[in-house]
Unconditional design. Sequence first.
Lengths: 256, 118
Amino acid sequence: MRGTTHTVRLPLALPALDSPSWQNPVRVFAWGMRSVTSTVLTLVLFATYLGIGALAHDTHFSLGWVLASTTLVWAGPAQIILISTLGSGATVVQAAIAVTVSAIRLFPMVVSVLPMLRTRETKRRQLVLAAHFIAVTLWVECVRLLPQVPRERRIVFTHGLGTGLLCVCLTATTLGYGLAASLPQTFAAAILLLTPLAFLLSTARNCRQFADVLALVLGLALYPLASQLHTGVDILISGVSAGTIAYGVHWWREGE
Amino acid sequence: MSDLLADFLGDWNALLVLVIAGFLPNEVWRMLGLWLGGGVDEGSELLVWVRAVATAILAGVIAQILVSPPGALASVPDWLRYTAVAAGFAIFAVTRRSTLLGVVGGEFVMLAGKWWLG
């Protein structure tokens, strides 16, 4: 573990912004792919997808199905919710509602990353793949790395970064699926605990304003209450109320 | 060969369910962000509210996994899951927000507790 910590902390060496080597798009794509080795989040993602592969195996989904879900859904919590709700016998509609509620957070992420990617000439369709790749990890890494990339090369770089992370996750999904049968229960529990831990800490880290912190705390506190209602959209109820209260407090403090 | 492929993919209904219950309800928010995001100013009040709601929903997802744990995580007693996450957060807070140390610390507490319980 210590060795890995050292390698993941190595700063990523990208050429200067005005360097001519940014001219070659294939190279920029490769730099994007390679930058997955510069973050500890890749390790967390790897372990999360080991867990998703193992969970899919235990709930009797096929390997092709879970690989397709990693590629198409591309959001850890949504996949865990999808697999566990379908696995516990929920209807397709109930599963779809649970997934879509967990995915609302992707909207503000896309809204905040796109202005970093776009130039005046960029067409909307050129951004579709980059938008698909956006999830917590890619969002955090874009905010960190894109300022070091010339603006007109950022889409290619993001495609490389996304493809690199997707390869890591597909490998982990396959490994987790294959290992599930022989995985000790404690180890399987440990990788499933990674998702809430890593999401809690990376969200806490990304909180920029007081409203974000309050939303996180209230969201954690209100969910157990809302879940008593058994509506099937409990997360939506607790999330919208907690978020709105947090925004209200923010608005009131601004007005003071 | 076709048997291998059938094994790999499973039945087609399951793949259709994946698209309807997994892919579309998830992807719609990314595409909405792409279509509507152009007009939203980064510092606008609307975005502060959207971000607060998104954060609270993610907090709900985290709470849901902890309160009604999937798969093997259900084998860990409630108090141990909560203690492990609280310990992870405490370590994160005292290590100047190190996600790595927080995650490793939380996992360690969970494994130590499991080992202690036998």
